[in-house]
Ligand binder design. Sequence first.
Ligand SMILES: NC(=O)C1=CN([C@@H]2O[C@H](COP(=O)(O)OP(=O)(O)OC[C@H]3O[C@@H](n4cnc5c(N)ncnc54)[C@H](OP(=O)(O)O)[C@@H]3O)[C@@H](O)[C@H]2O)C=CC1
Ligand SMILES: CC(=O)[C@@H](O)[C@H](O)COP(=O)(O)O
Ligand SMILES: [Mn+2]
Length: 396
Amino acid sequence: MQTVTLLGATGSIGTSALDVIERHPDRYRLHALTAHSSVEKLLSLCLTHQPEHAVLGSEEDAAQLEAALKDHGISTRVSWGEQALCEVAGQADVVIAGIVGAAGLMPTLAAVRAGRRVLLANKEALVMSGALFMREVARSGAVLLPLDSEHNAIFQCLPREHRGGLDRHGITQLLLTASGGPFRDHDREALATVTPDQACAHPNWSMGRKISVDSATLMNKGLELIEACWLFDATPDQIDVVVHPQSVIHSMAAYSDGSVLAQMGNPDMRTPIAHALAWPERIDAGVRPLDLFAVARLDFQTPDLERFPCLRLAREAMMAGGTMPAVLNAANEIAVDAFLAGSIGFTDIPVVVETVMGRIERHNADELDVILAQDRLARHMAQDVIDALATTAAEG
Ligand SMILES: NC(=O)C1=CN([C@@H]2O[C@H](COP(=O)(O)OP(=O)(O)OC[C@H]3O[C@@H](n4cnc5c(N)ncnc54)[C@H](OP(=O)(O)O)[C@@H]3O)[C@@H](O)[C@H]2O)C=CC1
Ligand SMILES: CC(=O)[C@@H](O)[C@H](O)COP(=O)(O)O
Ligand SMILES: [Mn+2]
C-alpha cells in the first residue's frame, strides 16, 4: 500500500488522478489532498476519500473546511499555506504535482528533496528551476516520472536508462506532438478577437483554463520543449515540434537506425497518470481502447511561428538559459491571467512575454532566491506592459 499526496486535487489533473486512484484501493491510500480556494470542492473530496490531511491557501478557508469536516465527524487535519503544502509533499510515498503555475514550485521541490516518487504535471516548476530541480532529484534519489502526456509518451519510448545525453543511447530526435489548439487554422486577424472561452475550448483535451490558453498560444508546447530538455537531457535543437491535430500520437523518439517509436492512445490523462503511478507495472486506468478505425487518419504539420510566436520565445528562452525560462514563464502567467480577465487580447500575450524578456537581464539560475527574485521582477514588468497596452487602447 502506498500513500499519496495529491497537490491540486480540485483541478483537472486532480480529478483524473482521483479517478485512477479510486480504482485501486488495494494499492493507494490518500495521505493529503490540497487546493487553493475551492473549499466546497475540497470538502466534498475529503468526505469521499477521508485523507489524513487537507491543505488550503488561506487561514479563513482552512477554518471553514475544518468546521464543516467536524460537523461530518471526519478527522482529516486541516492546514493552510505554502509551508503546509511542503510538509504534506514531503510525507507521502507518492506525490502528484498537479498545482498550476509557479505556486507549485516549492511543494514540488519539497517532494523531490524528500526523495519521494514525484509524478510531475506542474511543468512550470521545472521550467522555472530546471538545473536546480534536476540536481535535487539526483541528490535525493527521488523518482521523477512525467505526467505531461507528451513527456510520459517519450518516457515510454526511451530505454529505461536514458540519462547522460540522447546521443549515448542512439536517439537522434525527440518529436513533441502539438494539437495546434483551437485556433490552429485562424489567420492573424481572427486571432486578435478571440475570447477567453473560445481559447479554453481545447479540441481534444479537457483541462484547466491556464494550460488551455497556453495550448491555444502554443506556449504550452514551448514550456514542454523546455520541460523535455530537462527531463531527457536534451538540447533544444534535438527537439522538433510536430502539429498533429488528432492528439492520438502523444509524442515520439527517433533512433539512429531509422526507427521512430511512438506512444499512442485516446487523449485522456488517466493513461499517463496510471502509467506513472504503477511504473514499471501496468494498471487499469478506466480508459477505453484506442479505435484506430474510428481515428482513420493521422495528420502532421509544421507549427507556424509567425501566428504563434510563443513557441519561438520559449525556444529562445531555453537557448539563453539561466533565469530566462523563469522570466518567460512568469510573464506568460501574468499575461494569461490578464487575457482571461479581459484586460488584454489574445495576440497581446506574446507581446507581453517578448517585451519582458527583452527588458530583463539573464542571470545564472543556480540559486532558488535568484530564480524567485527574477520571477517577481518579470511579473511586475509584465503588469507594467499590460497597463501600458491598456492605456494605449483607451487612447486609441
Ligand atoms: N489538465 C491537464 O490535462 C494537464 C495539466 N498539466 C499541468 O498540470 C498542472 C495543473 O493543471 P490543471 O489541472 O489543468 O489546472 P486546474 O486549474 O484545473 O487546477 C489547478 C489546481 O491547482 C490549485 N491551485 C491553483 N492555484 C494555487 C495556488 N496558488 N496554490 C496552491 N494550489 C493552487 C487549484 O486549487 P483551486 O481549485 O482551489 O483553485 C487546483 O486544485 C498545470 O501545471 C498544467 O500545465 C499538464 C498536462 C495535462
Ligand atoms: C494533456 C496534455 O499533456 C496537454 O499538455 C496537451 O498536450 C495540450 O495539448 P496541446 O498543447 O498539444 O494543444
Ligand atoms: Mn502536454
